[in-house]
Design a protein. Structure first.
Length: 337
């Protein structure tokens, strides 16, 4: 599909989309050097694994890879941190409004508050780490336990959270236990605690947008994922793109040359691995093959710019660098945002 004659928009062609390698497949994940050993250290010590690194280097995907490597493990339980997140949100959600309405519909009967508790994130993993009968008092009839097992929990971008959130979870991370006070009475004072033999693996990511509290850091195993280079980058491209852009082909080499140039330029936002993969996949939607030279196809330039240059301030440097490397792109093909 070529966009040199733009008309109406169209949905992606299924035959093209289906032919693209699945970049989220855990089988294609290549851990950074030393990362496999650090994951095992977190497992051995029963401590959360804190991952830092620039966006797009594979911090979140590590949790999916780890889950695929651990016997009997389901897909990771994911919790996306928000700027409004509270510690309780990582454990469960209590629907206070629904509880209030139920209480006022039938004032003669106290509703079962368990039906208003939705376990999530670390709370769900702790429940799964317990024998089903030991947590039966804490869950409603609609809760599906699925049998005792270990889980991987992904706490994504914890640096987005209010500063107190990491410290508010110290006990939960240490003991893998929590209470649900909203259940009321004696039940609300009891702890739900994971069996030590089924202790979850907690993977926490941070883009280092702000510093995390020292007390929290002391309770984590830490690893920083650098942006891949050289052989490491080549191995990732091979695993994620396959025959779409094999080593030594013009499609891959010319985009890599531009990518490395942008990484070395003083840009407001330097493109990362995710942007590089997206640029190559975007060209595949245009019908690009490994033997094509994107430098010689100015009609492709806007697609490449859209995936690699992410701020209006970076556009002039992006266009200048592309021209320096021989890209046949006219000035009007630089984007104005």
């Amino acid at each position: 599909m070529d966009d040199s004659n733009p008309g109406s928009l169209h949905w992606p062609q299924p035959k093209i989309t289906d032919s693209l390698p699945e970049i989220t497949d855990p089988a294609g994940y290549r851990p950074a050097e030393g990362l496999r050993e650090v994951v095992q250290t977190a497992l051995d010590l029963g401590m959360p694994l804190l991952l830092t690194g620039e966006p797009g280097v594979g911090k979140s995907r590590l949790a999916h890879w780890a889950a695929s490597q651990l016997p009997g493990c389901d897909e990771p339980i994911e919790f996306d941190v928000k700027s409004t997140s509270e510690a309780r949100d990582l454990l469960y959600h209590y629907d206070a409004l629904a509880d209030f309405r139920a209480s006022h519909r039938d004032t003669a009967k106290q509703p079962d508050r368990r039906q208003f508790i939705d376990y999530r994130g670390l709370g769900l993993a702790i429940l799964r780490a317990c024998e089903e009968q030991t947590v039966a008092d804490f869950v409603s009839e609609r809760f599906q336990h699925g049998g005792q097992r270990r889980s991987v929990v992904l706490v994504d971008e914890i640096d987005k959270a209010p500063r107190d959130l990491p410290n508010d979870l110290l006990m939960e991370f240490d003991r893998m236990a929590f209470r649900v006070p909203e259940l009321g009475g004696e039940l609300g004072q009891r702890y739900i605690q994971a069996d030590e033999a089924q202790r979850p693996l907690v993977v926490i990511t941070s883009n280092s947008e702000r510093n995390l509290p020292g007390a929290f850091l002391r309770r984590c195993v830490f690893f920083h994922i650098d942006s891949p280079k050289g052989e490491a980058l080549a191995e990732i491209l091979d695993s994620r793109l396959g025959s779409l852009a094999p080593a030594g082909c013009p499609l891959r080499d010319e985009l890599l040359e531009l990518y490395h140039g942008l990484r070395g330029d003083p840009l407001a936002h330097k493109p990362g691995l995710a942007e590089l993969l997206n640029a190559l996949r975007a060209l595949h939607h245009l019908g690009a093959t490994a033997g094509d030279s994107p430098k010689a196809r100015p009609e492709w330039f806007s697609r490449i710019a859209a995936t690699l240059a992410k701020t209006v301030e970076d556009n002039p440097n992006f266009i200048a660098l592309a021209r320096h490397h021989g890209w046949q792109a006219a000035q009007e093909q630089g984007r104005a945002r």
